[in-house]
Design a protein around this ligand. Sequence first.
Ligand SMILES: Nc1nc2c(c(=O)[nH]1)N[C@H]1C(S)=C(S)[C@@H](COP(=O)(O)O)O[C@H]1N2
Ligand SMILES: [Mo]
Length: 203
Amino acid sequence: MAKGFFSRGFLGRRRDPEQAARLPPGQYLTDGFPVLSAGPTPYTPKERWDFTVVGAVETPQRWTWDEFQALPRAPITADIHCVTKWSKLDTMWSGFSLDTIIGAAKPQAQYLLAFCDGGYVTNLPLADVTDNKAWIVDTYDGAPLPLEHGGPVRLLVPHLYFWKSAKWVRGLRIVEDDQPGFWESLGYHNYGDPWKEQRYQGD
Ligand SMILES: Nc1nc2c(c(=O)[nH]1)N[C@H]1C(S)=C(S)[C@@H](COP(=O)(O)O)O[C@H]1N2
Ligand SMILES: [Mo]
C-alpha cells in the first residue's frame, strides 16, 4: 500500500527527470505492452521447432528446441522503443546471447536477415547483434514469452526500433550485401536508431 503512494508521489517526482532522459525524441512512455503484428500469430510445435544460422558462415548451425534450451542463459533488462512512438523502460526478459549463437557459426560477412515463422524478415548489421547487444529471448517478466509477443522465442535488439526485434524468430541468414526486410522495403528506415529518430527512409 505505501509502495504505490510513494512511487506516485515522493519517489515518482525524483524519478521523472531520470526517465525523461531515457526517452528518445518523439516517444512517450507506456505501462501497457501493445501487440503489433503484421499478420496472424504463427505456431510451430516444439518437436518441429529449430533455430538455424545459415548463409555466409563457416559452420552452419542448427539447434532443436532442447539443444537451444541448453545454451547459456542470461537475464536482460532493457528499454524498448516502437516506431509507433511508445517506449517501455526496464522491460525484463531472459534468453540467450547472440554472441554465443552467431559465434558458433563463424560468420564470413557483415549483414544478416532474421527470419521467422509466418514469413516476417528484418535486416541488421552483424555488428548490431554482437558484443552483448542482442538476444534471443523466451521469457518476459518472469513468464514464458506470450505467443502474441513472439513466443516461443523472439529477437531482442533494444537499441534499435522494436520492429527489428523479430517475433517467432527461427534463424539468421548471414549475407554479404545488406537487403531490406519486410518493413524496410515498405518505407521504414533501413537501420532504425531511435535516438536519431530514424523512423522512415530519408530520416
Ligand atoms: N515476426 C514478426 N516480428 C515482428 C513483427 C511482426 O509483424 N512479425 N512486428 C514488429 C513490430 S513493427 C514491432 S513494433 C514489434 C512489436 O512487438 P510486440 O507485439 O511484442 O509489442 O515486433 C516486431 N517484430
Ligand atoms: Mo512497430
